[in-house]
Write a new protein. Structure first.
Length: 438
């Protein structure tokens, strides 16, 4: 997949290089012929960086149909090599078999991401507009050295001990996010508790961090030692590391550094600890509130996941409406990016393109009938009905193979061996026929 993506992207940039070179040359000549001060003002505002020029070209001069035509050309050859299929297989089928998203959809996603984070162009997701300011962004160069230090935490304190303690938790239910905080006294009595609903774009990680932050702010400046028991080890690890520069984590670090009397102690969640169960319930209750209490900055990973989801939905819509490869659609009705199917023999079954007489008849005008003389040489005939391969089916297929679909047989280890034996024999006979006719 990585090799294909490299050559596919290379093909795209080779196709636009000649058109881009003139614009880049004009920009460079302008920079050479004007004063540095004038160039400084114009470079970003009017001339643009080389990366921006390429993005401009994608948007203005490279519509999706052009990227689709690229994919049906050189990139399509690479797809066929990955899937080990015949050249007659459609581009849609090759994309599904290789689990590679169409290039024009990938390019649209990258352009949208670049425009949002580098140019500040808002985007719409589910009828809601998001701008650059909505996202978590911390400039590492603006951080002072002591603001980059980590916060230590432990696992030593007894969560059931007779001392004042705070339990925090985060939850996400039905698309809503909530933080829960419970402050217990020495006798395990509830001194106070907070149920805070966050904006729906927040993650459980952020909800856990906000819970700790709100707990510290609620306690306020005090000389009394207080232990906070978060159930999120990932938040504690982020606080300890000096590499995590999330805005929420950085703010929480500052608050904890200003309150050294407050200690953090990790507690495993959902093992029956009284305070943790109360905090978990409070977090769940917070998700049922109608109004959002705190709106936090959104992590960039959220928007990238949303754009990826949109990209996959568009790919799915194309696959559903395509008139091509309907046999494969019956086997793989849903697209995904998890597994590449690259078996030469099995993919002939999945695509119906290859050694089968009906395909040979369509391409070369040969007889469409199987040599058994009982039916046309289709995939279902060879898999379920051809008497020539009855012994193969008896040896390798399960007894109820008539009740199983083709995909179920492919996923069955022994049945897959039988299928490959059948297709290999049909292919050998087909090649022998070609040799004898020539």
């Amino acid at each position: 997949m990585i090799i294909f993506r490299f050559y596919a992207i290379k093909a795209i940039f080779q196709s636009i290089e000649s058109a881009m070179q003139g614009r880049i040359t004009m920009r460079d000549e302008f920079l050479k012929s004007h004063s540095p001060y004038r160039c400084r003002d114009l470079t970003l505002s009017r001339l643009g960086t080389q990366e921006e020029l390429y993005i401009d070209y994608f948007q203005d001069f490279t519509p999706s149909w052009h990227l689709q035509s690229i994919e049906s050309g050189d990139a399509r050859v690479a797809l066929a090599q990955i899937a080990k299929t015949y050249k007659t297989v459609s581009s849609e089928a090759l994309q599904v078999l290789t689990r590679l998203v169409p290039l024009d959809l990938v390019a649209d996603k990258e352009v949208t991401t670049f425009n949002l984070f580098n140019r500040g162009i808002p985007i719409n997701i589910k009828d809601k507009e998001y701008s650059f300011q909505d996202f978590d962004s911390v400039n590492k160069l603006d951080l002072l050295p002591w603001e980059k230090g980590g916060i230590s935490w432990s696992m030593d304190s007894d969560p059931n001990g007779r001392f004042k303690k705070i339990f925090t938790d985060g939850s996400k239910l039905n698309g809503r996010v909530g933080s829960g905080i419970v402050y217990l006294g020495e006798a395990r009595d509830i001194i106070w508790k907070l149920e805070i609903r966050l904006n729906d774009e927040a993650s459980v990680f952020i909800a856990e961090a906000v819970a700790i932050q709100m707990a510290v702010e609620k306690v306020g400046p005090t000389k009394e030692k207080i232990v906070i028991f978060p159930s999120s080890k990932s938040v504690l690890t982020a606080l300890e590391s000096n590499k995590n520069h999330s805005e929420v984590i950085m703010k929480l670090r500052k608050i904890l550094l200003a309150n050294p009397q407050i200690k953090l102690n990790w507690v495993r969640g959902h093992i029956g600890i009284y305070g943790n169960e109360l905090a978990d319930l409070s977090a769940k209750n917070a998700t049922t509130k109608e109004e959002v209490d705190i709106k936090v900055k959104i992590r960039k990973s959220w928007i990238k996941n949303q754009l990826k989801l949109t990209m996959l939905q568009e790919w799915q819509a194309r696959w559903m409406s395509s008139p091509n490869s309907r046999f494969l659609y019956g086997i793989f009705p849903e697209v995904n990016t998890k597994r590449c199917h690259g078996d030469f023999l099995i993919n002939q079954i999945l695509t119906t393109h290859g050694c089968f007489p009906v395909h040979q008849h369509r391409i070369f005008g040969k007889s469409p009938y199987c040599e058994c003389g009982r039916d046309q040489g289709t995939v279902p005939h060879y898999v379920y009905g051809c008497q020539i391969y009855r012994e193969v089916r008896q040896k390798y297929f399960p007894k109820n193979f008539f009740q199983l679909g083709i995909l179920e047989l492919i996923l069955n280890t022994r049945a897959k061996i039988g299928l490959k034996i059948i297709i290999q024999d049909v292919l050998t006979k087909s090649m022998a026929g070609v040799a004898s006719s020539s």
